[in-house]
Design a protein around this ligand. Structure first.
Ligand code: Y39
Ligand code: FE
Ligand code: FE
Ligand code: FE
Length: 230
């Protein structure tokens, strides 16, 4: 029970914890806000799935509210400026793709990469979270699996015509995720979330998603290491 042992040593009210939390909590709040906007943009790009995508965007708004309450509960003020910068590159790549009508790229960025990043982060956070945040995060992570599933199903149904764009979008955006993980590594460790565990869980989710969509094991190996060393 290594996780429980670690958990009992966490002082959720220490200044060190609250300082790290002001950035991680902000990342999650900003991420949920951007996810809300991204699903609204996707709703415009995919009129057939409009109602479903609007439903997902509303879930993201609820997640944002939940995480805002986690910050308030610990009396932490989220550093939203930091979080905006943290997401800036993925955000701008999504917006450029949306403006060009590149729905495959938009789905890869939001429904695969960002959802897998969220699932990994929330899975690793739950066992070491304060009891209030744990309850909230447990509810949220279930929703994130359904968002990932939306992207998987759509891309699987359109796999042959999406393959080349998926490869290009992966090449462009996956290295950004590794940089984001490096950027947040020290703060995450203060919250008892180890980078190695985050990377491992992300790889499992993302590799599983690529497999469900139709990529071979060989493709997945090649795709998922882009930028990992840089
Ligand atoms: O689809 C979603 O709800 C995703 C937007 C939320 C993003 C969560 C980003 C989590 C990264 C946290 C890194 C902590 C180590
Ligand atoms: Fe924005
Ligand atoms: Fe969410
Ligand atoms: Fe989501």
């Amino acid at each position: 029970m290594q996780q429980l042992a670690a958990q009992s040593e966490i002082d959720f009210h220490s200044e060190v914890y609250k300082d790290a939390y002001s950035r991680i909590n902000a990342i999650v709040i900003e991420g949920e806000q951007e996810a809300h906007e991204n699903y609204l943009a996707l709703a415009e790009l995919l009129p057939e799935q409009k109602d479903e995508l609007i439903r997902l965007s509303k879930m993201e708004s609820r997640h944002k509210k939940g995480f805002e309450s986690c910050g308030r509960n610990l009396q932490v003020t989220p550093d939203l400026q930091f979080a905006k910068e943290f997401f800036a590159r993925l955000h701008s790549n999504f917006q450029t793709a949306a403006a060009e009508g590149k729905v495959v790229t938009c789905l890869l960025i939001q429904s695969l990469i960002i959802e897998c990043f969220a699932i990994a982060a929330y899975n690793i956070y739950i066992p070491v979270a304060d009891p209030f945040a744990r309850k909230i995060t447990e509810g949220v992570v279930k929703d994130e699996y359904s968002h990932l599933n939306f992207g998987e199903v759509w891309l699987k149904e359109h796999f042959e015509q999406s393959k080349a764009e998926l490869e290009a979008a992966n090449r462009q955006n996956l290295p950004i995720v590794w940089k984001m993980l490096n950027q947040v590594e020290d703060d995450a460790r203060v919250l008892a979330m180890e980078k190695e565990a985050l990377v491992e869980d992300f790889m499992i989710q993302y590799g599983g998603a690529l497999s469900n969509i139709g990529f071979t094991t060989r493709d997945i190996m090649r795709l998922s290491v882009y930028g990992i060393a840089g």
